[in-house]
Design a protein around this ligand. Structure first.
Ligand SMILES: *Cc1c(COP(=O)(O)O)cnc(C)c1O
Length: 341
């Protein structure tokens, strides 16, 4: 194993740090075997569909160091399946599961010098992407595809971190009911940048989107799902149900832990904006964000604040999820997948 790079592991933000190697495979009638390469740039045709028509998609997952120093991924097969579903929605050539998992593993194994050591709250973020390339002009699926996986060591995504994320409801829409919101298509994200910019200009961390049809129900934040807690015996964890929300692996894990380990009631259903005032806690979930407690939600009619932040249930969910991810707790569901072997 190469020696770890001398980085300030405790104070990593969420930024690109160029790894020495990345994995790449190409589809041109069939998938190439794939290999590691030192070339961090991509040369693609000027007519590439990925450039013009957004025929591009990506994934995001993390590798962690266990206390014994071993490296493992968190539920990578979920990301592999989601990328295949996205590819099918965009008429791209899906990356076979075996190739996806091998690419992710080889990328991490080749960059262990960038894997943060256990105990600093940092992790290695892995970014698979799939792009339609090849000479083209008209609106049609690309003739060739590039699958690439790179990685970068990261700390917290929201600077607010565990002291709470501040959300402001936006009147912009992220995704339409029958559009591509439920898929990790690159084209969904450029359109949401303006909402984030406006949120930041108002002093908030991120925008909170409502459903595009009625602007009445919660959707999600720009890159994270949301849940609310309704006090009771047991308490209820509720997360919005909508065809335009990206199905988060982190939220799926949180729902399982809430139900099975904490004995909470769990609901996935449309959640009206008015309901936020009745939540005792709220949080964002995503690979990058982890479980990020929400401190405040502003909307046109007023503001809801959450105190304490994080609340007790989110604190417990965070302890369980990050404990499993970091190898501190038993993993009865097999969510941790070793990088080696
Ligand atoms: C990636 C993403 C999430 C989080 O999904 P995870 O699988 O938990 O990382 C949530 N919302 C959007 C819009 C995303 O792109």
């Amino acid at each position: 194993m190469p020696e770890r790079r001398d980085l300030d592991w405790k104070n990593l933000g969420f930024a690109y740090l160029r790894p020495r190697l990345r994995f790449q495979a190409v589809w041109d009638g069939e998938w190439s075997a794939g290999e590691l390469t030192e070339e961090s740039t991509l040369t693609i045709e000027e007519g590439a569909c990925g450039l013009h028509y957004g025929q591009q998609c990506f994934e995001g997952l993390k590798a962690f160091s266990a206390p014994d120093g071993s490296a493992h991924l968190f539920r990578p097969e979920m990301n592999g399946k989601r990328m295949a579903r996205t590819a099918e929605r965009l008429l791209m050539e899906p990356v076979p599961q075996e190739l996806f998992l091998r690419g992710v593993r080889e990328c991490v194994a080749a960059n262990l010098d960038l894997l943060p050591p256990h105990g600093h709250g940092a992790s290695l973020y892995v970014r698979p992407l799939l792009i339609g390339v090849g000479d083209n002009l008209g609106l049609r699926p690309a003739p060739r595809y590039v699958f690439r996986v790179f990685c970068s060591p990261v700390g917290p995504y929201f600077k607010g971190g565990q002291t709470g994320v501040h959300l402001v409801v936006t009147d912009l829409d992220r995704a339409a009911p029958n559009g591509t919101g439920a898929y990790k298509a690159g084209g969904n994200y450029a359109g949401a940048l303006l909402a984030t910019k406006r949120a930041k200009a108002l002093g908030f961390d991120e925008a909170l989107f409502l459903d595009a049809r009625e602007h009445r129900y919660l959707e999600e934040a720009g890159s994270a799902n949301v849940y609310g807690i309704i006090a009771g015996h047991p308490a209820t964890l509720v997360t919005p149900d909508s065809p335009s929300i990206l199905p988060s692996v982190t939220m799926d894990s949180v729902l399982t832990l809430a139900r099975e380990d904490l004995g909470l009631k769990v609901e996935r259903r449309p959640v009206a904006l008015e309901e936020v005032a009745g939540f005792s806690e709220m949080a964002c979930t995503g690979t990058a964000a982890g479980i990020a407690p929400v401190a405040r939600v502003r909307h046109t009619e007023g503001e809801v604040t959450f105190n304490p932040c994080p609340g007790p249930i989110s604190t417990e969910l965070y302890r369980l999820l990050s404990g499993i991810q970091r190898g501190l707790l038993p993993d009865p569901r097999g969510w941790r997948v070793p990088v080696a072997g």
